[in-house]
Ligand binder design. Structure first.
Ligand code: BTN
Length: 322
């Protein structure tokens, strides 16, 4: 853990800590403590100073700074290292660059806002500073094949719904293959990108975007099918605590996956998925039309019963709930 992180962690119980104690606990000089406190204040931390009592933290900024996310984080691999940007093009592109330079597994890249956030099939992903959650996680699973890539999207989707359910009591739905819905509107999406040869996955970038605290007016007119957790709950939610809970579930489900427990993940995934009989408009390659979901299969395909009764399996495509 860096000295910066240690200093904030020692202040996060909101009690007075003397400069000497802080310096000793963090293994730095008193001047270094003083310099760090000044830099924290410039980042938006509200820290009181008293020449006798020392320092006391009375308020934290809205940002998902690494030293805040790592405090009491209940996760093993995912989030062990966090790289934070106020603004970046796309955290998936950043993560890809870091991965190619040898960054270790579990590193999370999080941004308050993205200027070129991307979704599946080259769509654009919008985020609002301090209100959305946009981050990417680098995974280096051992011995997984490229055709198993969908399992990582499914485990991420399950982690998102589990975190939302625990944090808010709201039960979201998963729309095959990568969308999370509340009240039939989209609140989150996953963009899974692979670096692989024909036999093995080298690494995976799991990009997750969640609409957390946006108001209705934060969504442009062309995003009328989108909503946020805040809009559904009618309450603002603590983005930092929610993010930490999500990292915990991602870590847990990723562990299940690498221990070859995908069947367990899939069973719970199904309980959150739109059920058989849901009417959809499907599009995949050159096929499109109306139909109903028949089932989602453990190999990642969705079976659709077309209006004429014929059943087709789609491995990569798009569903729109009707
Ligand atoms: C989709 O719904 O099509 C997927 C959206 C994924 C968005 C996230 S936000 C963090 C990460 N960085 C990106 O550029 N995209 C993903």
């Amino acid at each position: 853990m860096s000295n910066k992180e240690l200093i904030i962690h020692n202040l996060l119980n909101n009690e007075w800590v003397s400069g000497i104690d802080l310096a000793q606990k963090c293994g730095v000089s008193r001047t270094a403590v003083w310099n760090n406190i000044a830099s924290f204040k410039s980042k938006g931390y509200d820290i009181e100073s008293d020449h006798k009592l020392g320092y006391r933290l009375v308020g934290i900024p809205e940002c998902l700074y690494p030293e805040l996310v790592s405090y009491k984080l209940k996760s093993g691999v995912i989030g062990k290292k966090i790289i934070h940007y106020m603004s970046t093009g796309s955290t998936n592109i950043d993560a890809m660059r870091f991965a190619l330079k040898g960054e270790k597994e579990g590193t999370v890249i999080v941004a308050e806002t993205q200027t070129q956030g991307k979704g599946r099939f080259n769509s654009k992903w919008e985020s609002v500073p301090n209100k959305s959650l946009a981050f990417s996680t680098l995974l280096r699973p051992y011995g997984k094949r490229p055709r198993q890539g969908y399992q990582f999207t499914m485990m991420a989707a399950l982690s998102i719904v589990e975190a939302i359910y625990e944090f808010t009591g709201l039960k979201p739905r998963i729309k095959w293959p990568n969308d999370i819905y509340l009240n039939n509107k989209k609140i989150a999406g996953i963009l899974t990108e692979l670096n692989a040869d024909t036999d093995l996955i080298n690494f995976i970038i799991l990009g997750i975007g969640i609409n957390v605290n946006q108001n209705e007016t934060d969504f442009p007119d062309n995003l009328s099918h989108a909503t946020s957790i805040h809009c559904a709950l009618k309450e603002r939610i603590g983005r930092l605590d929610f993010f930490k809970l999500l990292l915990f579930y991602l870590d847990k489900r990723y562990n299940d996956l690498i221990q070859n427990k995908f069947s367990d993940i899939f069973k719970i995934w199904q309980s959150f998925s739109y059920p058989p009989g849901t009417k959809v408009f499907y599009s995949a390659n050159s096929h499109e039309g109306n139909g109903v979901i028949e089932k989602v299969n453990e190999d990642g395909a969705v079976s659709i019963r077309k209006e004429g009764g014929e059943i087709i399996s789609i491995y990569s495509g798009h569903l729109q709930i009707l």
